[in-house]
Design a protein around this ligand. Structure first.
Ligand code: AMP
Length: 188
């Protein structure tokens, strides 16, 4: 199973990503977590990403594309994966398809967690694990970028990509959302 999960900041991507990875026994590739770890460890990637993540801006596509390519070339992702927080731009989505073509892999589903903006803002302010980029002004910027850069991908996955989009309302309990996603993934 190859999945990407899309949603604004605080949409519950991480929670659903973990559940889906357990269910399908696939490795989780959480770009946000990887970037935060890289920043803490002051690696090359972390140094490049830090000024962007701190302001809630997107890390440049070229850095992200290279990173994801290297990650999906690792042996543990040969038979499946879930990308959490990627792609976030049209360029990233197109490059992901290009990469999958060369790897002779196909994306199974793009899952979109649909959550209204006021709820996203509220959730980011009330996360158990506070993040520096959860300050209200930064969350606002992240939501704006999500609307401008990532929302267009929904059409891309729905119409240009063999109707690969699964959209669910992300305001129920995590378990109810998870079950709703599963009912939309046909068993082969
Ligand atoms: P997240 O944990 O998914 O909310 O990501 C936290 C931050 O990491 C974002 O606000 C961006 O600065 C950066 N980031 C995560 N994924 C991407 C991506 N696909 N492209 C560019 N920047 C990203």
């Amino acid at each position: 199973m190859r999945l990407v999960i899309l949603g604004g900041p605080g949409a519950g991507k991480g929670t659903q990503a973990n559940k889906l990875c357990n269910h399908f026994q696939i490795p989780l590739v959480s770009i946000g977590d990887i970037l935060r770890e890289a920043i803490a460890a002051e690696t090359e990637l972390g140094k490049k990403a830090e000024p962007y993540v701190a302001k809630g801006e997107l890390v440049p596509d070229i850095t992200m594309i290279k990173f994801v390519r290297d990650r999906l070339l690792q042996p543990d992702t040969k038979n499946g994966w879930l990308l959490d927080g990627y792609p976030r731009t049209a360029f990233q989505a197109e490059e992901l398809d290009f990469l999958l073509d060369t790897l002779e892999q196909k994306l199974d589903w793009a899952i979109f967690l649909n959550v209204p903006e006021d709820v996203l803002m509220h959730r980011c302010q009330n996360r158990e694990k506070w993040r520096n980029d959860d300050a209200p002004a930064i969350v606002k910027r992240r939501i704006d970028l999500f609307n401008q850069r990532t929302i267009p991908l929904l059409e891309y996955y729905e119409y240009c990509q063999r109707q690969r989009l699964i959209a669910v309302h992300g305001e129920k309990t995590p378990e109810a959302i998870f079950q709703e996603i599963l009912t939309q993934i046909p068993t082969e």
